[in-house]
Design a protein around this ligand. Sequence first.
Ligand SMILES: Cc1ncc(COP(=O)(O)O)c(C=O)c1O
Length: 290
Amino acid sequence: MTVPVLLVLVHDASGVVSVERRDPRAPQVSILDLGVTRGDGIFESIGVVDGRPQALEPHLTRLARSAAMLDLPEPDRDVWRAAVLQSIDLAGDETAGRELLAKLVLTRGIEGGDAPTGWVYLYDAGAYDSEREGGIRVVTLDRGYRSDVAQTSPWLLAGAKTLSYAVNKAALREAARRGADDVVFVSTDGIVLEGPNSSVIALIDGVHVTTPPELGVLEGTTQHAFFADVEAHGGKTAYRPLTVDELRSADALWLASSGRQIAPVTSLDGVDVAQDARLTGPALASLLAR
Ligand SMILES: Cc1ncc(COP(=O)(O)O)c(C=O)c1O
């Protein structure tokens, strides 16, 4: 068994000095690493389907954007790209017919040090069939800030993919307590934001709609690919603020993310929402074929 594959990007203050294959089952990160002790770092999760990394360049762009927002050193795009491709190469035949995830992590490094910590970890994505086919029950939860937070309080890092996902995990536990599978965060001024690990897409009056990134949500690579597919088939897409009422009365609703791709939402806050299996099946097939 080759998967999981771990490549550590060894840094000094001036950047990556080497890419080293390491044993993913052995300890590799210091207990003094700020990624561990403060969640002070960033990550990306890239779907790898049948050996093909999905939306690799958009993920690298988002990694760079997150790094800039956290004042981390700029990731060397070519080195990170090469490391992702090398991890897939190393997995070899084990990528065939499988869904894997490449997780890219960059932390601020050891407290008091001057070099970040980075790695690429390629692992089995697990099974998503039940969510993709059977759908998910979703609850709305208050995110606790306004939809203009990215402008008013940039230090809250809305829209950066940071390692500080304790809040996102807590929200998912709250969803489970409420008998649901996932969450849609809503701003204090009533605007639909995103899931803890996903973008929200609603079909409203024939238009696929999602929340604009300016409202402090992550720019979703899967949502982007879904919209490109809709447009390629002559459909309409839009980025605009959505209300929860609009989600409730949407003609179909999905959560989109790397790995799971898209999952149709079957209920929102315990009330059934419309679904359109004629759209979900082909959209999922097209996302997996990328
Ligand atoms: C908060 C948040 N929003 C949106 C997404 C969807 O992004 P992508 O489709 O690029 O995975 C993610 C993905 O992990 C996420 O964590």
